[in-house]
Ligand binder design. Structure first.
Ligand SMILES: Nc1ncnc2c1ncn2[C@@H]1O[C@H](COP(=O)(O)OP(=O)(O)O)[C@@H](O)[C@H]1O
Ligand SMILES: Cc1ncc(C[n+]2csc(CCOP(=O)(O)OP(=O)(O)O)c2C)c(N)n1
Ligand SMILES: [Mg+2]
Ligand SMILES: [Mg+2]
Ligand SMILES: [Mg+2]
Length: 378
């Protein structure tokens, strides 16, 4: 009979011959998820029954005035080697980002993120402590955004780690903001700088030592002036508060979040709405550290800004007459909003008006390619 004893965490573990803790699937799940969330948060999200049964039970939350809400449902997956590797991300960063990418999709509909289901497929080579750290990051992000983790699934995996997070959110009935409502004359905005994550990834891949088997330390990035870029890549901060403030104004006509790159997301709005989005180069939110790093590496910063991706800021359109007031209202809350262009009538597409610095050529227009991160193309 397998030896076992009561571990201080209250979970019953088998003991390997060498004395190493051997946890079965259910013990691991309890270790990763047991009593990790504040009871107040679970109550706030209407969780009647959370982790531990066949399915979670949650109440449908009313809006602030007691009115009806609608559910928002989204899922996003992260796969080792595709979305991260040993060098680019720590295990806790993977957990944070897996949930953050989902929270960002709820923000992109103008909603409030509420619940999450977490599916992990774990290679046999991953010691349990690594998944424990992944859950540290997941729960840190869940706590930050007030999301209740109410269940999930656990399997082994023949090779890479896969983590898939499903989120729910709610939005006032009829108030979800799609990609399809932009009209000619609307202002185009973003809720934060773009290109930092792509630049951070570039730096991380260059700094990675083959076979080091551990993430590039943040201290190395600090020493090189790229810590903000690495943080943007590892710990994105989706724009939930900005989304809620903007949605409440009733003047936002389309919204999307930047996962595949500003160009790709702008194309999605342009196609869904049947407009051209014209971006002004001089108005784009250039980050100082991203621009400095790009110049050091001889890269055009626009490359990361337009095509880098994983920024998890929002791109949207808003009625022109409310654009400046909305910007000021967000600024009053310490939240950035940059007006970066205009929706126009005409052929569906995205263009860039070159009106910045040395590249200035009397406002020359360039067509922006429908390119960005694509899982089956490059
Ligand atoms: N395998 C799939 N089955 C059904 N719907 C999918 C699948 N993959 C993606 N989708 C849907 O296609 C749309 C685009 O997906 P995606 O580009 O991943 O969105 P996002 O960038 O917002 O995460 C979304 O509505 C998503 O729900
Ligand atoms: C090791 C590594 N290589 C490449 C990338 C770049 N990358 C991977 S996925 C992705 C786009 C975003 O992921 P996706 O699954 O397309 O999210 P979604 O659009 O569904 O929200 C990018 C830019 C990375 N993050 N890490
Ligand atoms: Mg997706
Ligand atoms: Mg999205
Ligand atoms: Mg994508």
């Amino acid at each position: 009979m397998a030896a076992s004893r009561r571990h201080p965490d209250g979970v019953r573990h088998g003991i390997k011959k060498q004395g190493e803790l051997m946890l079965d699937e259910f013990a691991r799940i309890r270790l990763w998820t047991g009593e990790r969330q504040r009871p107040a948060l679970l109550r706030e999200q209407g969780v009647v029954l959370g982790i531990g049964d066949d399915a979670a039970v949650v109440e449908t939350p009313p809006d602030a005035e007691g009115g009806a809400t609608q559910w928002l449902l989204a899922v996003d997956t992260m796969v080792e080697t595709v979305h991260f590797n040993d060098a680019t991300m720590g295990d806790a960063d993977v957990g944070w980002k897996a949930l953050a990418a989902n929270v960002s999709d709820i923000a992109a509909m103008g909603g409030v993120p509420r619940h999450a289901l977490v599916s992990v497929s774990v290679p046999k080579t991953w010691e349990p402590a690594r998944v424990g750290r992944l859950y540290d990051g997941l729960y840190a992000c869940a706590d930050y955004y007030g999301v209740a983790i109410v269940g999930g699934d656990t399997t082994s995996s023949p090779a890479q780690l896969v983590v898939a997070v499903t989120v729910t959110g709610t939005v006032e009935a009829g108030a979800a903001i799609s990609r399809a409502g932009a009209s000619p004359g609307d202002a185009v905005f973003v809720t934060g700088p773009v290109g930092m994550s792509g630049a951070g990834l570039h730096w991380l891949l260059a700094a990675a030592e083959p076979g080091a088997g551990q993430p590039v330390p943040l201290a190395a990035a600090e020493a090189d002036g790229t810590a903000a870029l690495v943080a943007a890549h590892r710990r994105p901060l989706p724009s939930v508060r900005a989304a809620r403030l903007l949605a409440a104004r009733g003047t936002v006509t389309s919204l999307n979040d930047v996962s595949d790159g500003l160009a790709s997301e702008a194309w999605e709005i342009a196609m869904a709405s049947g407009v051209t989005l014209a971006l002004r180069e001089s108005q784009l939110p250039y980050s100082g550290s991203m621009t400095a790093y790009a110049h050091r590496r001889g890269v055009d910063p626009l490359e990361w800004m337009l095509y880098g991706g994983e920024d998890y800021v929002l791109l949207g359109t808003i009625r022109r007459e409310d654009a400046e007031a909305a910007r000021a209202a967000l600024a009053a809350e310490g939240l950035p909003m940059y007006i970066v262009g205009e929706a126009e009538e005409g052929e569906i597409g995205v263009s860039l008006i070159r009106d910045r610095g040395a590249a200035r050529q009397a406002g020359r227009r360039e067509a922006i390619a429908k390119r960005g991160y694509n899982h089956f193309n490059g």
